[in-house]
Design a protein around this ligand. Structure first.
Ligand code: SF4
Length: 282
């Protein structure tokens, strides 16, 4: 059975995908870098088959990947089932009635079994001892299910109200780079000179926060879960003075009592994907 530490350190397809150049050149035998990453995580593709990976990161990924494949954690059906089996066992230890209060969730027994109804990215998810689903009927990806379980199992902590950057969180050096490269910089480029699009882009899942007194051009808070919000700050370019646009993600100083760093990066990726899609619509 996988232990909790192994689960926290698992390699997700997205993590491998991020160290590919995303050119879909096909030299590895797969049509896309994403297919390569998915198969590598499932142990069905040699990670060294891509000659273009960032070599500094491959050794660490390879070691972790080998360990997780040996312990049966992966994205293959069997590996995912094992992970979920472990998480369901952990969830069964929760008293939902008590957990509901600390998680900011609603305890519900209307369907004949205990359930937690948890606001999640503007939607509602229902978590029972044997199932997890969106109440709107939309699909949850396997990684979202694991992400939500992590929130339930960790048990939330009241936020401190103090906002800090990723660099202020312990052991976050590699995550600072990852957040910058995959979330902050792409959003800076995407919204540069487009201040007017931010309010509309943030509206479906977030709420605008006024930080103009602090010199921030636009700020929004995204409640991923009731006890976990992430702020995104934007400074637009000032061409005449040579200032480029900038985006910064902020977290409550107690956030690591709610979610591990890997899950936090997953949440930032989700916000980035949604804001990127929204900009294209705009
Ligand atoms: S060889 Fe590397 S860059 Fe090319 S498609 Fe495969 S993963 Fe992507």
């Amino acid at each position: 059975m996988a232990d909790r530490e192994s689960l926290k350190n698992r390699v997700a397809p997205l993590e491998i995908y991020k160290v590919t150049p995303r050119t879909n050149c096909g030299e590895c035998g797969q049509n896309t870098c994403l297919a390569f990453a998915t198969l590598a995580t499932a142990g069905q593709q040699d990670i060294d088959a891509c000659p273009h990976l960032d070599r500094r990161q491959v050794q660490n990924l390879r070691d972790r990947l080998n360990r997780q494949l040996e312990s049966g954690i992966g994205v293959s059906r069997e590996g995912f089932d094992k992970t979920m089996e472990f998480l369901y066992e952990e969830v069964k230890k929760c008293d939902f009635r008590v957990a509901a209060q600390s998680l900011g969730a609603k305890f519900d027994e209307s369907a004949g079994q205990s359930a937690l109804i948890i606001p999640y990215f503007g939607d509602l998810v229902s978590v029972t001892m044997s199932d997890i689903k969106k109440l709107s009927g939309g699909e949850l990806s396997p990684w979202e299910k694991i992400f939500i379980f992590n929130y339930v199992i960790a048990g939330a902590t009241e936020p401190s109200g103090v906002w800090v950057g990723m660099e202020s969180l312990p052991n976050s050096v590699s995550k600072v780079k990852s957040l910058k490269a995959h979330c902050e910089e792409p959003l800076s480029r995407l919204y540069s000179g487009k201040m007017h699009l931010w309010a509309q882009a943030a509206a479906p899942w977030g709420r605008e926060v006024s930080l103009k007194d602090h010199g921030v051009d636009f700020a929004a808070e995204f409640p991923v879960f009731p006890k976990l919000a992430i702020r995104v700050l934007f400074w637009d370019e000032i061409k005449d003075e040579g200032y480029a646009s900038r985006v910064k993600f902020l977290f409550d100083s107690r956030v690591l009592q709610v979610l591990d760093l890997e899950s936090l990066i997953f949440a930032c990726d989700q916000i980035t994907d949604r804001l990127s899609a929204q900009e294209k619509v705009g």
